[in-house]
Design a protein around this ligand. Sequence first.
Ligand SMILES: *Cc1c(COP(=O)(O)O)cnc(C)c1O
Length: 356
Amino acid sequence: MKKHNYSAGPCILPQEVFEKSAQAILNFNDSGLSLLEMSHRSKDFVAVMDEARSLVLELLGLEGKGYQALFLAGGASLEFLMVPYNLMKENGKAAYLDTGTWAAAAIKEAQLFGETSIIGSSKEQNYNHIPKGYSIPEDADYFHCTSNNTIFGTQMKEFPETSIPLVCDMSSDIFSRVLDFSKFDLIYAGAQKNMGPAGTTLIVVKEEILGKTGRTIPSMLDYTKHIKAESMYNTPPVFPVYASLLTLQWLKNLGGIAAIEKINNAKAALLYAEIDRNPLFKGAAAVEDRSNMNATFLLNDEAHAATFDALWKAAGISGLPGHRSVGGYRASMYNALPLESVQVLVDVMKELETKV
Ligand SMILES: *Cc1c(COP(=O)(O)O)cnc(C)c1O
């Protein structure tokens, strides 16, 4: 039986993406070849890369606005260092918002390159909210933030106005809600949270911010080189790119980001209403900063854990335990998770009330 998959990442993808990508491994486009055994320079694969790159810009509303989309390897974690490599000037500086484990990991890498100031942090409160009221130093080379904190279950609802390049790690909420994406100068996202399988990272960058650092950048880490090579500077991760394209096509057919946002809002509203209503549970994150992608919650009495765990497992739910830094539970409700799966979880939470 197919599970109700709440995994935080790699995560659930649409069933049709699994089916079509399985078919492509056997026989891609009726070519008599597997997607896995054909040249990335073949006409068939070049078409995949081109469509994936343009569909990203189309879905984000960034076509014709000076942006480029790249599908690279190395995960979002490699972007933690590619960003300062490409944007921080020699003897320059950068400003970061410290909102969780991933933000802190990005800060650690930037510190290797130059003066990195943390202009807001919720670390002392175990990252249970998004810092507010910070000010961005306008002489920094860029400002970096994390739109959704996958581990702690917080999400930025607003983004600051700034004259310096705005860089955002959107790994766990890209394509999940309508934003004015043209406010951002560089967005990156590991595919495996909301776009595709592990193995590729999406980078969307406004070309005019590149080439200004004065530093020599190793080729594989240079966004400009990847753009020039149309995201094929070396052999790209062909399968993750293809499966990501299928997910993007699925999203477009559904009506794009505006359509999925409605569904995501309904899923989050359903679950948070139960977390707030049910006297056995409490939410882990500040209410105003709650993530619509990853809902973190705890039992008020840990003694009920064994009963609750047995109930959700019996209901076919998978991937619910929270990250060790928060404990409790984390329900990751990425784009492909159906509303019905959230109803199953809510029903189990209600059932627990009758068992304890
Ligand atoms: C998972 C995650 C990362 C790390 O992604 P990798 O692709 O494993 O390097 C970075 N940032 C956020 C917000 C994440 O959720």
